[in-house]
Design a protein around this ligand. Structure first.
Ligand code: FEO
Length: 387
């Protein structure tokens, strides 16, 4: 990347699921970085244990390693620390005070191997200096960034990264990287928006030539990803309604189609997601900008459909900036779906618009109720000047 600074990207082209939860349509990478100073050498983060062999092969000509920086304790970055320590028994691990017990618990790293660093503390490698910047809650409590002062490189680990397998060191195809980074933000970072705002503010005082995350390509035009994060984190939501729904016999589908048409007529952008075929990453990305979320469900076993429950739980956990929420659905003989779904939405600071929950296939009065719902949504978007 620069003299004495190397990216070690373990590209995982074929991985399709992360944390047994998150779809990876574009694969991912785990980037470690090697920084060689005139006196000391440091490895910044490691890689997922699934790529341990690759990492050790890359290190085979590195005779001496003095420091391992653990910006984050999650195993896709810290999981090879023990292996690296076996090869370099003299090396010490640098981490935040909160990361230390996590590294001991998760990876069984001996306590005396770990040195804790305070916010702003520096570590000299001779002609290169690492500065540690505490950045809690992106996306665990112990996270930090490492800033290489002389080369103006900021190593951010998960923050500003993307699940994108690529052989390019830098984000050259910005459209593709933007989509992958937004997907990553929506799935991993969005619940911690307030902390991200504070951590973005912390970067204002740094001169940054390169942002080097530990997933996806690095950024030699840092403003590209910083500006994208600013808009995702700080901007008002758009004039957009997201409708995650499930339909069993067509009634809810008909309701969604009618609501979709009524919203469009009123100038609202609509994004329906049939949950039986939805990539949850696409839904999460749509939630980044949506002002309104309307969940559609049929009644199953007197409650909501399990797919609708899952999507509602996820929307609540991701804490999007939606301002309005509602539920539509259909039942045959009875349902507690409204109570059930409402109870899952406690995290969303959204105004609840009265649901439209009907018996059987929608009829004239039901279509009218859906048009009224569309009108209420459009009016609230106008009142809030959402664009
Ligand atoms: Fe890429 Fe939080 O680990």
């Amino acid at each position: 990347m620069k003299d004495g600074v190397y990216m070690i990207p373990a590209v995982h082209w074929e991985r399709r699921l992360f944390d047994s939860l998150i779809p990876l349509p574009d694969g991912t990478s785990y980037n470690a970085y090697l920084v060689e100073g005139s006196e000391k050498t440091a490895l910044i983060d490691t890689v997922d244990p699934m790529k341990a062999e690759f990492l050790m092969e890359q290190l085979k000509d590195v005779k001496r390693l003095d420091y391992i920086v653990a910006n984050h304790a999650e195993q896709d970055h810290s999981g090879c620390i023990s292996l690296v320590l076996e090869k370099y028994p003299e090396a010490k691990v640098f981490a935040t005070p909160k990361a230390k017990p996590m590294l001991m618990d998760l990876l069984l790293i001996p306590e005396d191997k770990i040195i804790t660093v305070e916010d702003g503390e520096t570590l000299s490698l001779g002609d290169k200096t690492l500065r540690f910047i505490h950045a809690p809650w992106v996306h665990w409590p112990e996270t930090m960034f490492t800033y290489l002062e002389e080369d103006k490189i900021l190593f951010t680990c998960d923050f500003l990264g993307s699940h994108l397998a690529t052989s390019e060191m830098y984000a050259t195809d910005e459209c593709r990287v933007y989509e992958a980074a937004k997907r990553y933000y929506s799935e991993i970072m969005m619940p911690f928006r307030t902390s991200i705002q504070k951590n973005l503010d912390k970067l204002k005082d740094l001169t940054i030539d390169i942002i080097a995350p530990s997933h996806g390509p690095a950024y030699n035009k840092p403003e590209f990803i910083i500006n994208a994060y600013h808009s995702w984190v700080f901007d008002e939501p758009g004039n957009i309604a997201v409708i995650p729904f499930v339909s069993m016999h067509g009634s809810v589908k008909k309701m969604v189609e009618h609501l979709e048409g009524a919203l469009k007529e009123r100038g609202v952008i609509v994004k329906p997601f049939d949950l039986t075929v939805t990539d949850l990453g696409q839904l999460a990305m749509a939630l980044v900008d949506a002002a309104t979320v309307v969940i559609g469900t049929p009644a199953v076993l007197a409650g909501a459909h399990p797919d609708a429950i899952y999507a509602t739980y996820l929307a609540n956990a991701l804490r999007p900036k939606a301002k309005f929420i509602s539920i539509i659905g259909s039942y045959s003989w009875g349902s507690k779906a409204i109570d059930q779904l409402s109870g899952l939405l406690a995290n969303l600071k959204a105004e609840v618009i009265p649901p439209v929950f009907i018996k059987g296939f929608p009829k004239e009065a039901d279509f009218k109720a859906l048009e009224n719902l569309a009108e209420t949504i459009a009016q609230k978007h106008r009142e809030n000047n959402l664009k």
